[in-house]
Ligand binder design. Structure first.
Ligand code: GTP
Ligand code: MG
Length: 197
């Protein structure tokens, strides 16, 4: 799939105010600073469609982007950012869980994890919660430019072994780098296939 059209639609903290259209949508979620917004820019070949920052906590709302006029990409705030105050953390958690619980248009969540780190409890808990709530998800390993190919392979194997302690199978996964454009075709083709179903 080639992205010919990508446009910001709306930001809000209330799932009931998300676009009413029934277009299929795909949401990016993961820890603050893992690279969710950068990945959206990489996929759409746009430098600053989604706002990015070296400091965690940049994305604070549910952001909808209309792609090729027939599906949505959704950029979400990160979880697990310690410097966000406790009360705003609760609000985040609430609207993130409401988004995933009530957004019927959501086809799949993409859970982003930094390829350099072993599975973190917060990510495992979030994937567990998605599973328990019947929300399909894939894992996206980000920042693959930071490791050599052999290290990537070893790391994925370690990750798989830990995941298989909880899950019957390793969830579907993608290896990406937003700075080196790795994984763009695979992800877009995957979304294309789901859009056709
Ligand atoms: P929040 O909105 O704060 O939750 O963060 P986010 O997950 O949207 O991360 P964002 O895309 O803003 O990127 C965070 C930092 O990681 C920025 O400094 C990016 O330049 C950097 N970054 C993102 N993706 C990559 C990547 O593939 N490779 C490298 N080397 N850096 C990346
Ligand atoms: Mg962001």
């Amino acid at each position: 799939m080639v992205i010919k059209y990508a446009e910001f639609v709306v930001s809000n903290s209330d799932v009931s105010k998300c676009p009413k259209s029934r277009l299929p949508e795909y949401a990016f979620i993961g820890r603050s600073n893992v690279g969710k917004s950068s990945l959206i820019n990489m996929l759409t070949n746009r430098k600053s469609l989604a706002k990015t920052s070296g400091k965690p906590g940049k994305t604070q709302l549910i952001n909808h982007f209309l792609i090729n006029k027939n599906w949505h990409l959704v950029d979400l705030p990160g979880y697990g950012y310690a410097r966000v105050s406790k009360s705003s953390k609760k609000v985040f958690q609430k609207f993130i869980t409401q988004y995933f619980s009530f957004r019927e248009q959501l086809v799949t969540a993409f859970v982003l994890v930094d390829i350099r780190h072993n599975p973190q409890p917060i990510d495992l808990e979030f994937m567990q919660w998605l599973g328990e709530n019947g929300i399909p998800f894939s894992i996206i390993f980000t920042k693959a430019d930071k490791l050599k190919p052999k290290a990537i392979e070893n790391h994925i194997n370690d990750y798989k072994n830990i995941m298989l302690e909880t899950w019957e199978d390793m969830p579907n996964y993608f290896i990406t780098s937003s700075t080196k454009n790795i994984g763009q075709d695979e992800l877009l083709n995957y979304i294309d296939g789901l859009n056709e179903n």
